[in-house]
Design a protein around this ligand. Structure first.
Ligand code: SAH
Length: 196
C-alpha cells in the first residue's frame, strides 16, 4: 500500500522544466557518481570505443568522463537549459540541429562529435533515430520515470540495447513510508519484471 500511494503520482514535464528554471536540481552531482567509478569495468567489460546511452541525462558530468575516455555518448533530456548548461560548464562548443523524425526535437552535438544530446522526451526516441547502445548509465532515470510509464520505459530501453550491452542501474533502497523520493520508489521485484 505504501508503494501503492506512489503509483498514481506523476511529475509532469512542466514540473521538471520548472526545477531547471529555478535551479531546484538537488539531484545533480557536480563531482559525478562514485558508483560509476566503482562499476566502470562492469560497464566497459574490456571494450573500447563504445556507444553509451544516458537516459534522462540532465547535465550529468559522467557524460564528459566517458567521452574523454574515447566513448561516444548519447543523452536525452527534455530541458534544453540542462543541455546548454552541460556544454557551457565543460567549455564544449556544440552545434544544434532539428531531428526530422521528432516534431520539435533537437540534437545538440559537441563540435568534436562524440557527445550527442537529444532535446525531446525519451518516449520520442527509437533505435531508428538513435541506433543501439553497448552500454547504459541509468542514474536518476528509471527512478524519475512516472510509475505509470515504467513498463513503456523498460520496453524501450530493451529495444535500444545491443546484444552484448551492459546496463548500470542506480536505484535507492528505502522505506517509501518515510521518504517521498527520489522521486519514485522502484522495488527490486519490479526491476526484475521490467528487465529480467
Ligand atoms: N540522470 C541525471 C538527471 C536525473 S533527474 C543525473 O544523474 O543527474 C531526471 C531528469 O530527467 C531531469 O533532468 C528531467 O528534466 C528529465 N526528464 C524527465 N522526464 C523526461 C522525459 N520524458 N524525457 C527526457 N527527459 C526527462
Amino acid at each position: 500500500s505504501d508503494i501503492g500511494s506512489q503509483k498514481d503520482r506523476v511529475v509532469s514535464e512542466e514540473e521538471w522544466l520548472k526545477k531547471w528554471e529555478t535551479s531546484n536540481i538537488g539531484f545533480h552531482k557536480e563531482r559525478g557518481h562514485p558508483l560509476l567509478q566503482k562499476y566502470l569495468d562492469l560497464l566497459l567489460n574490456g571494450r573500447s570505443g563504445l556507444r553509451i546511452f544516458f537516459p534522462l541525462c540532465g547535465k550529468a558530468v559522467e557524460m564528459k568522463w566517458l567521452a574523454d575516455m574515447g566513448h561516444s555518448v548519447v543523452g536525452v533530456e527534455i530541458s534544453e537549459q540542462a543541455l546548454k548548461e552541460f556544454f557551457a560548464e565543460h567549455s564544449l562548443s556544440y552545434c544544434e540541429e532539428p531531428v526530422p523524425e521528432i516534431s520539435g526535437g533537437k540534437k545538440l552535438q559537441s563540435t568534436s562529435g562524440n557527445i550527442s544530446l537529444y532535446c525531446c522526451s525519451i518516449y520520442d526516441l527509437s533505435s531508428s533515430v538513435v541506433g543501439k547502445f553497448d552500454g547504459v548509465w541509468d542514474r536518476g532515470a528509471l527512478v524519475a520515470v512516472n510509475p505509470c510509464d515504467r513498463q513503456r520505459y523498460g520496453s524501450l530501453m530493451i529495444t535500444l540495447m545491443e546484444k552484448n550491452s551492459s546496463y548500470l542501474l542506480v536505484t535507492v533502497s528505502y522505506d517509501p513510508n518515510k521518504h517521498k523520493g527520489p522521486p519514485f520508489y522502484v522495488p527490486e521485484s519490479e526491476i526484475r519484471s521490467l528487465f529480467g
